[in-house]
Design a binder for this molecule. Structure first.
Ligand SMILES: [Zn+2]
Length: 209
């Protein structure tokens, strides 16, 4: 049994979505300066690094992040390998992806996972779920879908994919790094911060398998 940490490390040089505030993480009290302890201050978008989207992110009457059911966030999950040549998870690509029939939680490992080790700037050309792919996915019994870049949806075309999936109450886990993880079945532990009335929250996420 091994524990795989698939969370990104949050630091000021972590790429963020264009237009989102960059990460501010700085120490504000210092023991060497005579303070009794070290304390850091953090400010960032809730969609920073590894995070979940709540329905409210794209649906104004949707649930907020602190209400997401833990039963969706924790449990068996499959890492599904997507070939490096694939740009979009369309219905056609997904039909051939060999997603197990009993899967409730799936994480797509695409060529995106290799970005995290090499690129410190935002990459617009990331692999994402097409609108017709989202329509295909909601016909399955899924509770959580994970993607290995900062959005489930293509850059510049976010609304349809997000709304289709969030309307079904599927938790969207974005910004996981699956570069060290082989395809297969694991136990997923995805625990987003319990932020009141928020459209999303950063999460520490591990796979055990
Ligand atoms: Zn998000």
């Amino acid at each position: 049994m091994k524990i795989y940490d698939i969370s990104l490390t949050i630091s000021p040089d972590l790429p963020v979505w264009p237009g989102d505030p960059s990460v501010e993480l700085k120490q504000v009290t210092f023991i060497p300066k005579g303070d009794s302890c070290n304390i850091s201050h953090v400010a960032m978008s809730v969609h920073t690094g590894t995070h979940v989207d709540a329905p409210y992110h794209f649906l104004n009457d949707g649930e907020t992040v602190e209400t997401l059911p833990l039963e969706a966030l924790v449990g068996p999950a499959y890492v599904i390998q997507i070939h490096d040549a694939v740009d979009r998870l369309t219905a056609e690509v997904l039909a051939q992806a060999e997603i197990p029939a009993d899967a409730e939680r799936i994480l797509f490992k695409t060529r995106n996972s290799a970005i995290w080790g090499s690129e410190r700037t935002f990459q617009k050309g990331f692999v994402a779920i097409a609108a017709d792919g989202a329509e295909w996915l909601v016909k399955r019994n899924l509770r959580l879908i994970g993607m290995d870049y900062l959005s489930v949806a293509p850059f510049g075309d976010a609304t349809d994919t997000h709304q289709t999936l969030l309307r079904r109450g599927i938790v969207l886990l974005e910004g996981v790094d699956l570069s060290e993880v082989q395809p297969g079945r694991y136990e997923l532990y995805c625990l987003p911060l319990k932020l009141s009335k928020s459209d999303g929250a950063p999460a520490r996420v591990v796979l055990i398998g």
